[in-house]
Write a protein that binds this ligand. Structure first.
Ligand code: HEM
Length: 480
């Protein structure tokens, strides 16, 4: 297979557009893309190189497959791009939250929200993460087969609800928030299918009704919680009670003259963090457990590390569960779980939960020797870039050991970008790393997962990269 830049060099183009697939059949690329978007993008990138051009109907689309060009788009010239139109449907639930808002309004909101996700502040959610994961471990039974994807969605949605809304929430309401959240996430996934546009236009469909009920439920929970938090605003709140909603409620930037958020702004941001903050991590964990089940040597090395950090040592204060020899990890363990971090990093290389980013060009934009006209769509795919042999030797191999300090500092910034980058990059990145590492350690210290041989594994690339048929895993309790 030709490497991207070699292929580009081999197909010089003097035309106005970069090289790319052309077909006499109308909409062939669009149909290929709908059928198998990842295969189509891989093919285009590897055949046409750093920048390729094609049509979706009449829409000009450019696939950008060069880390420097991506950095220019996401960081240096980000103001010349807006999010693609697909995201507009999400406004039905998310309003003008961070993911969906644009321009100055977005940048202003980002400025006041970003500090709430500072790595030092997110540390306090570590215990919520391990408590929910540990509770889930206690409910699992030796020898049973479970859909691990469903389990991961359950645990990450509970964690995000708790971290955002805090400990005062009644558990029944917490469950309802989790259920409503799942209904909304499912709804968006349906809207993004080829007939999604149609679904949204038929209000009588069950799925639309369910969405409206779930949205109403979430709205009422979130507004109630905003009110409760505002009522308690002047009481002394301990650092442990300072959930994310409190932090957002107080967030402002006096220097820049940015005032606190209104109720409806808070509602949109909370809803956004709910939705953006669980499915991505759930997918990353699911793919991690799958990869571990396929790579016993990596799994053994991971367990060795977990055992050496959490094994039967003298740190008695941290024993929260007397039934197991290994204690529950805490945030203090995170820096010691180096190999666990590499496993998570490598899993997001092969299965990046956000598998592609799209932007629409505002003003004509120059990339290399080409001008991309305003209104065009640019696509930047993590899935494609992360498998580029120029940056990752033996790219299909799951090899956490490749993540040495040298590699991290040598590869171009945007050859590996599971969290995007720049002002629209993932605000929850520190939260996600901590959650990934703590949950892998908590689950793997007690359970070994075996992928069910007859269960088919296929990609389902919607907004996030899901396993199409879930992930059936047989559980084996660790005895050592
Ligand atoms: C493994 C887990 C995660 C991955 C791979 C991921 C990936 C991403 C990516 C690629 C973007 C940028 C999208 C774009 O540029 O169009 C993004 C944005 C965002 N993410 Fe994450 N994310 C993860 C977890 C989280 C978590 C845990 C939270 C919140 C607690 C979160 C909240 C957000 C928000 C609010 C945005 C929008 C930021 C903005 O536009 O200013 N994400 N995420």
């Amino acid at each position: 297979m030709a490497t991207p830049s070699a292929a580009a060099a081999a197909t010089p183009s003097s035309s106005k557009y970069p090289p790319g697939p052309r077909s006499i059949l109308p909409n062939k690329i669009l149909r290929d893309f709908i059928r198998d978007p990842i295969k189509t993008l891989m093919y285009i990138a590897y055949t046409y190189g750093d920048i390729a051009h094609f049509y979706f109907g009449r829409q000009h689309v450019y696939l950008i497959n060069n880390p420097q060009y991506i950095e220019d788009i996401l960081i240096r010239n980000y103001k010349n791009f807006k999010k693609s139109r697909g995201l507009q449907v999400s406004k039905r639930l998310l309003g003008e939250g961070l993911v969906t808002s644009e321009g100055e309004y977005h940048d202003r909101q980002r400025k006041i929200i970003q500090p709430a996700f500072h790595p030092n502040l997110v540390k306090k959610y570590g215990e919520i993460m391990t408590t929910y994961a540990e509770n889930m471990c206690q409910q699992w039974n030796d020898g049973t087969t479970l859909d691990i994807h469903k389990e991961m969605i359950k645990v990450t949605s509970s964690i995000i609800s708790k971290a955002v809304l805090g400990s005062d929430i009644k558990s029944e309401e917490g469950d309802q928030a989790g259920d409503a959240l799942l209904t909304c996430a499912e709804y968006f996934n349906h809207l993004l299918t080829p007939f999604g546009g149609l679904i949204g236009k038929i209000p009588l469909l069950r799925i639309n009704k369910d969405f409206q009920v779930a949205k109403k439920k979430l709205d009422s929970i979130v507004y109630d919680m905003i009110k409760e938090h505002r009522d308690n605003e002047h009481k002394v709140v301990s650092p442990q009670q300072m959930d994310l909603l409190y932090t957002l409620l107080h967030a402002q930037d006096e220097e820049a003259g940015i005032e606190r958020m209104s109720d409806s702004q808070l509602r949109d941001e909370v809803m956004t963090i709910f939705l953006a903050g669980h499915e991505t991590t759930a997918n990353a964990l699911t793919w991690t457990f799958y990869l571990l089940s396929q790579n016993p040597a990596v799994e053994a090395k991971l367990y060795e590390e977990i055992y050496s950090v959490l094994g039967n040592n003298n740190d008695n204060n941290n024993y929260r569960n007397n039934n197991t020899e290994k204690r529950v990890p805490t945030i203090k363990d995170v820096p010691k779980l180096e190999y666990t971090e590499k496993v998570f990093r490598e899993s997001m290389r092969l299965y990046p939960p956000a598998w592609t980013l799209g932007r629409q060009v505002i003003n004509d934009y120059k990339v290399g020797k080409y001008i991309i006209p305003s209104g065009s769509i640019v696509l930047m795919s993590q899935y494609v870039m992360h498998r580029n042999p120029i940056y990752f030797s033996d790219p299909e191999l799951f090899n956490p050991d490749r993540w040495t300090k040298e590699i991290k500092s040598h590869i171009p910034r945007f050859s590996y970008f599971p969290f995007g980058g720049g002002i629209r990059g993932c605000v929850g990145e520190p939260f996600a790393w901590m959650e990934g590492i703590l949950l892998i350690a908590t689950f793997c210290k007690q359970w070994k997962m075996h992928h069910e041989i007859n269960h088919k594994v296929e990609l389902k690339p919607l907004i996030t990269l899901r396993p199409k048929y879930g992930m059936q895993m047989k559980l084996e309790r660790r005895r050592e």
